[in-house]
Design a protein around this ligand. Sequence first.
Ligand code: BG6
Ligand code: MG
Length: 213
Amino acid sequence: MFNAVIFDLDGVLTDTAHYHFLAWQRLAEGERIPFDEAFNERLKGIDRMRSLELILSRAGRPYAPEEKRALAERKNHHYQELIATMTSHDLLPGALNALDSVREAGLKVGLASVSKNAPLVLDKLGIADRFDDIVDARQIANGKPDPEIFLTAADHLNVEPARCIGVEDAVAGIQAIKRAGMYAVGVGEPGVLTEADCVIHGLDSFHLSDYVR
Ligand code: BG6
Ligand code: MG
C-alpha cells in the first residue's frame, strides 16, 4: 500500500513546461543557438542554471559567468511574462481531481518542484492549500535527477520512500523518483519516459486504485 503521492508541478499539474520551452526558445534564438522540442526534452525538470549550461554547450563560444547570469535572468523574465495571466483555468484536465482523490483516500499529498517560480505558480493556480507539504528549489541543494527533492518531501510527509508514488513528466524527474526508491508514474509518452513504472497521458487518467498493491 502507498501512503503518499508526490506531484511535480511544471508539465504535470499545469502546462508551464510549454512556457519554459517558449522562454528558452526565445533566449536561444537571440543567441543564435539551435533549439527545438527534442532538445528541450533534456531540459525538463532541470533547474535554471543547469538548463542554461546545456543550451550554451551548443553555442560556438564560451560565455563569461556574468553573461550567464544575465541570460538566466532574461529567460526568467520571458517566463514570468508568459505566466503573468495564469489562473485556476490553467490547471490541466484531471489535476484537481487527482489531488483531491489522493487526500480523500487518506494519503498525504506532496509537491516537489525545482522551480523558483513554484510558489508564484501555485498561488496563481489557487492550489497551495491542497498539499500537506511543498518542497521547492529553496529547500534543496541538488536538483533532479538527484533524488534529494523527493526524499525531502517524503521526510516532511513522514512517509517511507517505498510507500510513496512520484508523478513526473520529465526524464530527469522519473530518474529522481526511482533513485529515491519510489513508484514512478510518468505523465507523457511511454517511448520517452522509459524508466517509469507506468505512463499515463495526463492526470485525467490518474486513478489511485491502479497503483494500490
Ligand atoms: C522545472 C522545469 O520544474 O523547473 C524546468 O521543468 C525549469 O524546465 C526548472 O528549468 C526551474 O524553473 P525556474 O522557474 O526556477 O527557472
Ligand atoms: Mg515537470
